[in-house]
Design a protein around this ligand. Structure first.
Ligand SMILES: O=C(O)COP(=O)(O)O
Length: 217
């Protein structure tokens, strides 16, 4: 089966955002006298939205709703100043997006990043390519792994779910793809391991972006 459309996860799949996310959150922690984390630790904090990132980064014995809400607002302020400092597309992404564009494959972005930051990042780092839909975290809508987002993309593009490839770098992405009846493909250059991707149901795992082309119509 060859696929007609691709949904991309953003953080850890198209863009390496880890340092800007880590620097922003570490500043919030440092300002409050809490321990900071090495950048690598954020690979496991990212993926389920920024509220979860903030909660995972807070000291275990300090996690409460009031502090988490305060730190979430502080994180948004910091990230608003830092989102484009060190972020960049992964190597090989531009070749993949060029090739998909040449094939007229429909492309969309689905991320648990807030909608505002998702749009900023796509505009700044991926403006050479057309994404038919960019869906980030929006108030009142469930985030991944709920399949509402990918189903909305399929509906808006008027392409059956089964004809979508879904490329992501985390268990959340694989579970989302399976729930939406799309082919889950794991990106091994991102934040998580091959083992995690396979255990979460990746049907394929690829080590370089253009390997995705093999599955595209
Ligand atoms: O959790 C986030 O904030 C974003 O993560 P995602 O782009 O991998 O969905």
């Amino acid at each position: 089966m060859k696929y007609k459309a691709v949904i991309f996860d953003l953080d850890g799949t198209l863009l390496d955002t880890i340092e800007d996310l880590a620097d922003s959150m570490n500043r919030v922690l440092h300002d409050r006298g809490f321990p900071t984390h090495p950048t690598e630790a954020f690979r496991y904090f990212v993926g389920s939205g920024i509220a979860m990132l903030v909660s995972r980064a807070l000291p275990l014995d300090k996690r409460n709703d009031t502090l988490a809400a305060d730190c979430l607002e502080a994180f948004k302020r910091e990230y608003n100043c830092n989102w484009n400092k060190k972020t960049k597309p992964y190597k090989g992404v531009s070749e993949l997006l060029d090739a998909l564009t040449a094939k007229h494959t429909k492309m969309a972005v689905l991320t648990n990043k807030p909608q505002h930051f998702a749009e900023l990042c796509v505009r700044e780092f991926l403006s050479n390519w057309k994404f038919a839909v960019i869906l980030g975290q929006r108030d009142g809508f469930p985030i991944k792994p709920d399949p509402t987002g990918p189903r909305e993309i399929a509906r808006r593009l008027d392409i059956p779910s089964q004809e979508f490839l879904y490329l992501g770098d985390s268990d959340v992405d694989m579970i989302t793809a399976i729930g939406a009846n799309m082919l889950p493909v794991g990106a091994m250059w991102g934040f998580r391991s091959k083992k995690e991707l396979l255990e979460a149901g990746a049907v394929k795992v690829i080590g370089w972006p253009t390997e995705l082309l093999e599955f595209v119509d």
